[in-house]
Design a protein around this ligand. Structure first.
Ligand SMILES: *Cc1c(COP(=O)(O)O)cnc(C)c1O
Length: 247
């Protein structure tokens, strides 16, 4: 008897050690923490926290982890890889989730992206937008999109220059199945982020002055979302601070 108990204890300890670390991440605690940081940052900048959407970035995370976050009130999820995302979206199709594509868009994935997603944050050429427009299922609302801006013109980075953005925006306005909502950036890892975020805000103001009404600034990630909120972000894209490190 005692021996079998000992054996069970041993098996438990062994299994526990073997357990994937990711399930030890407390998603609930993390979400509460992120929400309270969003609240604090919006108070600090006299903004309405309800105008800020928490987009949980679930790339490389499992359906179970997404479900957990969903059951804690998260409704918007961001994915970077089309194939991986389609599998998850199919699995969770009975849930009221809004899916955001935030990765690099390959032309041959535009059909699936347009079919499965509600938002695309990373538009940077008209060719891709045309394809998303033509593939959008007729029974769905127009696809919400943001133009990705490359502020520092780092050549390895996706995004259009600020000076080309207005022209691209005008072309998007002609597409019936696309709804231009705003602008998105991934700022450089180092340097003065405030400048990058406020520059995107200025570009939004410029769009609105030029008769292109946009209501969305997709900026701010785990390491910098408070600053982004203080500069006017309306969607923060948060992965690590909710789900833990990615493999
Ligand atoms: C992965 C990713 C995020 C989330 O990054 P974290 O630092 O984990 O919060 C946000 N935006 C984009 C475009 C991403 O690719």
């Amino acid at each position: 008897m005692a021996l079998s108990l000992m054996l069970m204890k041993y098996i438990q300890v062994y299994l526990f050690k073997k357990t994937d670390k990711s399930i030890l991440i407390d998603i609930k605690k993390n979400i509460l923490q992120v929400r309270s940081r969003i609240k604090e940052a919006s108070l600090k900048s006299a903004r309405n926290k309800n105008k800020i959407t928490l987009l949980a970035v679930s790339k490389k995370k499992t359906v179970e982890e997404i479900e957990k976050a969903y059951n804690l009130g998260i409704e918007n999820f961001g994915e970077n890889y089309c194939q991986e995302a389609v599998m998850k979206i199919n699995n969770l199709r009975n849930k009221n989730i809004k899916w955001h594509f935030i990765g690099k868009i390959q032309s041959n994935k535009t059909k699936d992206i347009s079919k499965y997603f509600d938002w695309v944050h990373t538009i940077d050429r008209i060719k891709v937008a045309n394809r998303l427009d033509s593939f959008r299922p007729k029974n769905k609302k127009p696809l919400n999109v943001c133009i990705q801006i490359n502020q520092s013109l780092e050549s390895h980075k996706a995004g259009v220059s600020e000076s080309d953005a207005l022209e691209l925006a005008n072309q998007l306005l002609d597409l019936p199945n696309i709804r231009l909502r705003g602008l998105m950036i991934i700022p450089p890892k180092a340097g003065n982020l405030k400048i990058h975020f406020s520059e995107l805000k200025s570009l939004q103001d410029k769009f609105n002055k030029n008769g292109i009404p946009i209501d969305t600034l997709s900026m701010g990630m785990s390491s910098d979302f408070e600053q982004a909120i203080e500069e006017g972000s309306t969607i923060v894209r948060i992965g690590t601070s909710i789900f833990g490190e990615r493999k």
